[in-house]
Design a protein around this ligand. Structure first.
Ligand code: MC0
Length: 157
């Protein structure tokens, strides 16, 4: 069977102050912000810090998440748990098919159909209570040049 999940796409980290946290990761870890955007639907401002390239031609990131609304999932998480790891996201070639296959095992898929994620990706979340306490995200990368620092196209080699 082909693997459904081909890499860690990103680890999502909830924070109160995106700029201060990005500065911490620059000073302590040496990571630079590769991309920033606001996702209104998810209620977050986010920064992607590229860590490494992966075997499938894409990359792994840290994703810093600052809430832009008090009722957003990240704001609720911060109020309950404070800052820290919010979710783990795995890359897949087909997010809808992977979500359907995993959903078929009884795991709750939180998004009926894929939503817009970072850098033009398509995403779906799995309930943390069905994934060993870890909020889990499935990510289908846009497949465009934004995955690679040299601007070349990402995708199967
Ligand atoms: C809640 N729980 C978590 C959790 N959030 N456990 C682990 N990790 C998390 N991040 C726990 C609660 O503590 C609770 O456990 C249980 O899950 C259920 O809580 P609930 O009260 O039923 O539900 P809520 O209201 O806390 O919602 C949790 C849920 C929600 C995961 C369903 O946050 C959600 O739909 N998230 C998906 C969307 C999302 O997170 N978006 C933000 C990132 P106890 O034991 O206390 O009962 S957007 C993003 O990342 C995008 C832009 C991207 O990657 O490109």
């Amino acid at each position: 069977m082909e693997p459904l999940l081909t890499r860690i796409d990103h680890v999502g980290i909830a924070c109160f102050d995106l700029d201060a946290t990005a500065d911490l990761y620059r000073r302590v870890h040496g990571f630079e912000v590769a991309h920033e955007e606001v996702n209104e639907e998810q209620g977050v401002r986010e920064a992607m810090l590229r860590v490494n390239g992966t075997d499938d031609g894409h990359a792994t990131y840290l994703q810093l998440l600052e809430p832009v609304r008090e009722d957003s999932p990240v704001a609720v998480f911060l109020a309950r748990h404070g800052e820290g790891v919010h979710h783990v996201a795995f890359g897949t070639g087909d997010v809808a098919a992977t979500a359907a296959e995993i959903g078929g095992t009884g795991v709750r898929v939180l998004d009926e159909s894929p939503r817009a994620g970072s850098m033009g990706s398509s995403i779906a979340f799995l309930h943390p209570k069905d994934c060993g306490g870890v909020l889990t995200e499935l990510v289908q990368a846009a497949g465009g040049a934004d995955d690679r620092p040299d601007g070349s196209a990402a995708g199967p080699e």
